[in-house]
Every structure is written in structure tokens, then in C-alpha cells.
Design a protein around this ligand. Structure first.
Ligand code: SAJ
Length: 443
């Protein structure tokens, strides 16, 4: 371990990153940029070719990434391949492959298992392997370690070293997050964790906290479960306010004036690649154990129900005008999962559209960031029986309620993110419903 530590400190350690996705590619670029020789491993040949041609394989706007990729590829610091044999001389191997959960909320580790199975036989003696993917607590001990020992024929801490350092990057801020967010650095031994800190110190300008592997697995899944529970609380409060005549947006503002309160934003649902998945990874970590897990699954259920609540608001509002969803034409504003993003993974809008179509409604989708849904929303609104705001894109904050009202066949607007001012919407003649606002109390 001492030799490896020294090579890492003087950047002579040869690095590999397996999985050139939205996490692996920026990680590879960043380590290459600091002076390491980095090999990117990717099974999709098109991606390998693009990376070697300095063409970014990441969609969406990632400030600085395309330029950095060009710089490190042209400098010969980063190259990509699909051939695992090229890993034979690598001292440090970071693994950034997907760890999704299936419809039964069980983690699918096929990609991770496949990588570990292929890596074992070619692994350099005393190499350091670091899992950066988000994994359920206990995965390092029960899945990664045994699989690597079997595929390499060596024992951990004798023939190789092992740790996990969960990624903390968000779409749209990949490089900034990589450099600026603290990391929990889990090692199978304290020495391994310290060596990992020496590695990440070259890239991360924030806290690097050495811990054991179970702690690293817990922190990552808990930080996102915490957010999911917080959002679910806000959503449940929104439902209460709708029913008892409150306005959740006002209530939230005043609650958060109380010390140590930070009530999150209620809304039309919780999408993305992290928040909907990581709570299930955390729960899976205690599967088979007699632990009464209630709050985390219940929070997931609340958040998953919000797009359906939007359907209910729409149906109720149309019904108050003598209309039904069936045969109506609905304009859905926003398909990405997050404001000002083009990322549609686990989008709440997808759930909403699916249910509207079940009612045989005609759905027109607009999203300024998602290529297949770009267009002129004013044209799309013409003749629609209602509009539904699902995402707080900044473009939607400029919508003139009077303009919208003039275009709709039936002047109904259901707002899932509090984008439009209630008073202005009403003054424009819109029949306006908003998550967390009761019908009666709207001025
Ligand atoms: N959402 C709400 N109410 C809120 C906050 C979010 O309904 O108060 C919804 C959003 O509309 C979206 C979903 O939840 O559909 C997720 O939003 P997010 O802001 O959590 O964004 P993500 O999914 O990109 O989460 C990532 C996470 N980062 C990592 O996993 C490394 C999360 O831990 C971060 O807190 C979050 O980014 C962030 O801070 O932006």
C-alpha cells in the first residue's frame, strides 16, 4: 500500500475509470486534467470512438466538460477502450456504472457484477478498486468483495485493495460538483481510506471524510432518502392545505421562519436519477432483517402519487365546468424532471401523460429543453381544454395568463409548481388550481 500511496501522491499511478457515463466521463477528465494517465473503459463502442475523438457523450449543458475532454484527449492524458485487457497495468480503478432498482424496488447489479467479473482476471497485483456508484448498505461486503476475490483469485488487502466513494454529482453541474462537494471515502481498511483520500485530494477541494465502507454506503443512500422524506412531508402538507382552506406556499414561508425549519417545496412529483431510487437502495440494505421500515417507503408512495393528484385536480376542475377528461385536449407544460433541465429520467410528467391517455384525453406536450417537445407553446395551447404546469422551467414564469386564457378552448390551468401567480391567473379569467391551494381560499 505504501508504494501505491507514493505513486498516487506524485501522480504516477495509472488510473482507469469503468463506465463513461454522466459520472464516469467527468471523473476521468478531471483526474486526467490533474496529470494522471487515465484509461476510460466503456462497453458501447460508439462512446469509445466519440471520447477518443474528443466528442462528449453527455447530453445536456455541462459547463466546461466538452472543453476539458478535448484538452485531455489531445494531451494524451485520457483515452477510451472497450478492451478490459488494457486494464492490466492500472493501479487505481474507479467504477461508475448504473445501479438501478427494478419494478419491485430491488437493486439490479448486473452492470456492477459484469464489470467485477471481467476485471478480476486482468487486475494488476495490489491495485486499488473504488466503487463510486450508489449501492445499498452491505453491498461492498456481500456482493463486491466476494465477487472480486473470486474473479481475481486473490484476497482483499493482500492481492488488491477495495473501497467505495459514492459520487455526489448532479446533472448540469457535474464538474463543479466533482470539484466542490465533499466526499465520504469508505475503505475496507483505514489505510485504504487514507490512500483514497490522497487520490481524491488531487481533484476535490472540499472535505474528504475517511470512513469504513458501510458508513459510506449509508451516508449516500440516507442523504437522498432524507430529501425524499422532506419532499413527501411538503406534499402531504399541501394535500392538507387544499382540504382545510390553506395555502401551502404561504404556510411554508411562515413555517420556515421558525428556527431550524426547512420545509421543502411541494409539487407535481419527484423525478430524476437519484431521489426516486436511493431510498429503495437504503431499504434493501435491511431486507430480510426484522426492522420496521415505514417512513421511507411511505414517503416514496406520497411522492409517486403526486402526478396522479395533478390528474385529480384537472379532472375536478374540468368537471366543475361540465367537462370530462375523456375526449379533452390537454397541454402539458414541462416534461423534464427538473426546472431548466433536459433530463427526463423518472419524470413525473411521464406518469401524468400515461394516466391522461388512459382517460382517452389527447395530450400535447411542450418542453423548451427536451428536443422532441420543443415548440411554440402558444401554438400548442390553441384549442386545448386545459393546461398543466409540471416543471418550473424559467420560460413558464413568463407566461401571460391573459394570453393563455385567450388561446385555451376551456380556460383551465392546473399549476403543479406554483409558477403562476394566483391573483393574476384569476384576474385573467383562468379557472386556476394549484397544488396546495384550496379552491375556496384562492383570492
Ligand atoms: N423536488 C420537489 N421539491 C423539492 C425539491 C425537489 O418536488 O423541494 C423535486 C424536483 O422537482 C425533482 C426531484 O424532486 O423532480 C429531484 O430534485 P432534486 O433537486 O433533488 O435534484 P436531483 O434529482 O438532481 O438530486 C440531486 C441529488 N444529488 C446527488 O444525488 C448527488 C440530491 O442529493 C441533491 O440534493 C440535489 O441534486 C440538489 O441539491 O440539487
Amino acid at each position: 500500500m505504501l508504494d501505491l500511496r507514493k505513486k498516487i501522491e506524485i501522480k504516477e499511478a495509472l488510473v482507469a475509470v469503468i463506465g463513461m457515463g454522466y459520472v464516469g466521463l467527468p471523473v476521468a477528465c478531471e483526474f486526467a486534467h490533474t496529470g494522471f494517465d487515465v484509461l476510460g473503459i466503456e462497453i458501447i463502442q460508439d462512446k469509445v470512438d466519440n471520447i477518443n475523438a474528443a466528442i462528449s457523450t453527455i447530453e445536456g449543458d455541462e459547463p466546461g466538460l466538452a472543453e476539458l475532454l478535448t484538452q485531455v484527449v489531445k494531451a494524451g492524458q485520457l483515452r477510451a477502450t472497450g478492451d478490459y485487457h488494457d486494464l492490466h497495468d492500472r493501479d487505481v480503478i474507479l467504477i461508475d456504472v448504473e445501479t438501478p432498482v427494478d419494478n419491485d424496488n430491488v437493486p439490479r447489479y448486473e452492470a456492477l457484477r459484469s464489470v467485477l467479473h471481467s476485471l478480476g482476471p486482468v487486475l494488476k497485483q495490489n491495485a486499488l478498486i473504488i466503487i463510486e456508484s450508489t449501492i445499498a448498505p452491505g453491498t461492498m461486503k456481500n456482493v463486491v468483495l466476494p465477487l472480486l476475490e473470486e474473479s481475481s483469485g486473490r484476497k482483499v488487502n493482500e492481492g488488491f485493495y477495495l473501497g467505495n466513494c459514492p459520487e455526489r454529482v448532479m446533472p448540469g453541474k457535474l464538474l463543479a460538483n466533482l470539484r466542490g462537494l465533499s466526499r465520504v471515502v469508505g475503505g475496507m481498511t483505514p489505510e485504504t481510506a487514507d490512500t483514497m483520500v490522497a487520490l481524491y485530494r488531487h481533484v476535490v477541494n472540499a472535505d474528504l471524510d475517511p470512513v469504513d465502507c458501510i458508513t459510506a454506503e449509508l451516508v449516500k443512500t440516507i442523504e437522498n432518502s432524507y430529501r425524499d422524506v422532506q419532499i413527501a412531508f411538503a406534499n402531504e402538507v399541501a394535500l392538507i392545505c387544499e382540504t382545510v382552506g390553506g395555502n401551502v406556499w404561504k404556510v411554508r414561508e411562515l413555517v420556515n421562519k421558525s428556527p431550524y425549519r426547512n420545509m421543502h417545496l411541494p409539487g407535481a412529483g419527484v423525478g430524476g436519477h437519484c431521489i426516486p431510487k436511493d431510498p429503495w437502495l437504503l431499504v434493501y440494505g435491511v431486507h430480510g432483517r426484522d426492522v420496521p421500515i415505514q417512513l421511507i417507503p411511505a414517503s416514496r408512495a406520497i411522492n409517486e402519487s403526486m402526478p396522479l393528484h395533478m390528474v385529480d385536480l384537472l379532472q375536478d376542475t374540468l368537471a366543475s365546468l361540465g367537462h370530462g377528461l375523456t375526449g379533452s385536449k390537454i397541454l402539458v407544460l414541462g416534461y423534464a424532471y427538473l426546472g431548466d433541465s433536459d433530463d427526463t429520467r423518472n419524470s413525473p410528467s411521464e406518469v401524468l401523460v400515461r394516466h391522461l391517455e388512459k382517460f382517452a384525453a389527447t395530450v400535447v406536450i411542450h418542453d423548451p429543453y427536451v428536443p422532441e417537445y420543443q415548440g411554440v407553446w402558444e401554438q400548442m395551447a390553441q384549442g386545448c381544454d386545459a393546461a398543466v404546469i409540471m416543471v418550473s422551467h424559467r420560460d413558464y414564469m413568463k407566461i401571460d395568463p391573459r394570453k393563455l386564457k385567450s388561446l385555451l378552448r376551456t380556460p383551465v390551468l392546473v399549476d403543479g409548481r406554483k409558477v403562476i401567480d394566483t391573483t393574476q391567473a384569476k384576474a385573467a379569467g383562468l379557472i386556476y388550481r394549484c397544488i396546495g391551494e384550496s379552491y375556496e381560499t384562492q383570492p
